[in-house]
Ligand binder design. Structure first.
Ligand SMILES: CCN(CC)CCN(C[C@]12C[C@](c3ccc(C(F)(F)F)cc3)(C1)C2)C(=O)Cn1c(SCc2ccc(F)cc2)nc(=O)c2c1C=CC2
Length: 402
């Protein structure tokens, strides 16, 4: 584990009965391809290697750009603060065959990327889900990368052109895409609306890829990881698929539910509703669970969520607010700094981050059992869906400006 030995910081290990494996998948290599981190139940092993939380330094550059701080300085800060954190999962751990697992597609927030929600994704995997945390290429991620074909060079002899190490796959060249901030005078809605549609398509594309993997088809993973994807043949229950996301990823949940009825229900963590078209509110039919932090919501955002509530009394629409939490209580950063830095940077609220994420995970599991028809014991947490806990508020604490 990363820095946990020094100051008991680190992403908390998952609580469910399964050990968790984690592996990255990219297909095809272009910007239009699919890219996700897969979390899955794996065979427990004591010599498992844990994957890096921040996979490579391009992501630190991206975070610096997103936070509008100097790249050089921030690379050192981020490296020192977060560079050695590991994810509590076995990198490329052997998949544990045990019937078919339900599937969750996870969508990250503005300025985030696929690895930053591992406390949520590893918990779901430990409880018997296969989770694909997608990395969006809509320029809303702090950073992401893909490959393009190297232009055919005139034959050079080996000596004069030393190969980079590790060699990129085949003759592909890595290319990075960073966060695109609004240009001066640019109106935000058109950009965000276009992005949320692309994000929903990327969630659907990731699901389609999982369906192919589930069929046992030999997949060409551009990232040459030590994981045999054919072991996932017949591993997924394709009647039990949900979509989940944080903030911009919460809006992506609504858009994805609308576009693909294979998503049986959605969980939106502190959803940012701004990017969504007005007409979407009457079109989405599936159950939705809004889990909000105490500090992020405002009347306009809540009233948009309510439109989803009122327009469909029959579909199960639920909302809870976790007291003492902030917007960053959902991504992993909330576990990675001391209390006072965390509070200053608004990465922590008053509530212990572990208690907050446990409430979020347990309420989510209860909601998934109810709407995916699972035969587990997650219904023990049904009261959390109704906001019945001293750290929860049913609905919202935001007073409506009607
Ligand atoms: C100045 C930039 N300005 C851009 C519009 C606002 C920046 N901002 C507040 C921030 C993210 C913050 C952050 C992260 C990480 C550290 C660190 F120090 F720990 F690294 C510190 C401080 C900076 C808190 C947000 O965007 C909030 N937000 C987010 S935050 C998702 C995220 C991003 C990066 C992460 F590493 C982890 C999680 N996702 C959304 O979908 C939406 C919003 C707002 C509306 C929709």
């Amino acid at each position: 584990m990363g820095n946990s030995c020094s100051n008991n910081l680190g992403i908390p290990p998952a609580k469910g009965p399964n050990a968790v494996g984690c592996s990255d998948f990219m297909m095809d290599h272009t910007v239009e391809g699919t890219f996700f981190r897969l979390y899955y139940p794996c065979v427990a092993s004591d010599n498992a290697e844990n994957p890096d939380w921040i996979p490579c330094k391009g992501y630190f550059y991206g975070l610096a750009d997103f936070m509008k701080i100097n790249r050089g300085l921030s690379e050192k800060i981020f490296n020192y603060l977060f560079g050695s954190f590991k994810i509590p999962a076995a990198l490329n751990g052997s998949y544990k065959q045990n019937g078919k697992y339900p599937v969750v597609i996870f969508s990250h927030g503005l300025g985030a990327f696929r690895t930053l929600y591992s406390a949520i994704c590893t918990e779901l995997a430990s409880q018997g889900f296969i989770v694909a945390s997608v990395e969006h290429r809509d320029e809303s991620a702090s950073a992401t990368y893909f490959y393009h074909q190297k232009p055919q060079e005139p034959e050079k002899d080996e000596a004069s052109s030393p190969k980079p190490n590790p060699e990129p796959p085949e003759n592909l060249v890595e290319e990075w895409m960073y966060y695109r901030s609004l240009k001066p005078g640019e109106s935000e809605f058109p950009l965000r609306n276009k992005q949320v549609k692309q994000r929903a398509d990327e969630c659907i594309k990731a699901l389609d890829t999982l369906i192919q993997i589930n069929s046992g088809k030999k997949m060409e993973n551009v990232l040459q990881t030590e994981f045999d994807w054919t072991t996932l043949e017949n591993s997924m229950d394709l009647c039990r698929i949900a979509v989940m996301g944080h903030s911009f990823g919460g809006a992506t949940v609504i858009e994805a539910l609308c576009k693909d009825v294979n998503f049986k229900c959605g969980i939106a963590l502190d959803a940012w509703m701004f990017p969504l078209d007005e007409e979407i509110y009457v079109r989405v039919k599936q159950p939705i669970f809004f889990i909000n932090s105490e500090k992020f919501q405002w009347a306009g955002n809540i009233s948009r969520m309510r439109k989803l509530d009122s327009s469909s009394t029959s579909m199960q629409r639920k909302m809870i607010t976790i007291k003492g939490t902030v917007h960053q209580s959902f991504p992993d950063f909330t576990f990675l700094t001391g209390n006072w830095i965390g509070k200053i940077l608004k990465l922590k609220g008053e509530l212990d981050p572990q208690v907050g994420i446990d409430l979020c995970n347990r309420a989510s599991l209860a909601f998934l059992q109810r709407h995916l028809g699972l035969d587990k014991d997650f219904n023990q947490w049904d009261h959390l869906i109704e906001g019945k806990d001293h750290n929860l508020i049913p609905g919202t604490n935001v007073t409506e400006i009607s």
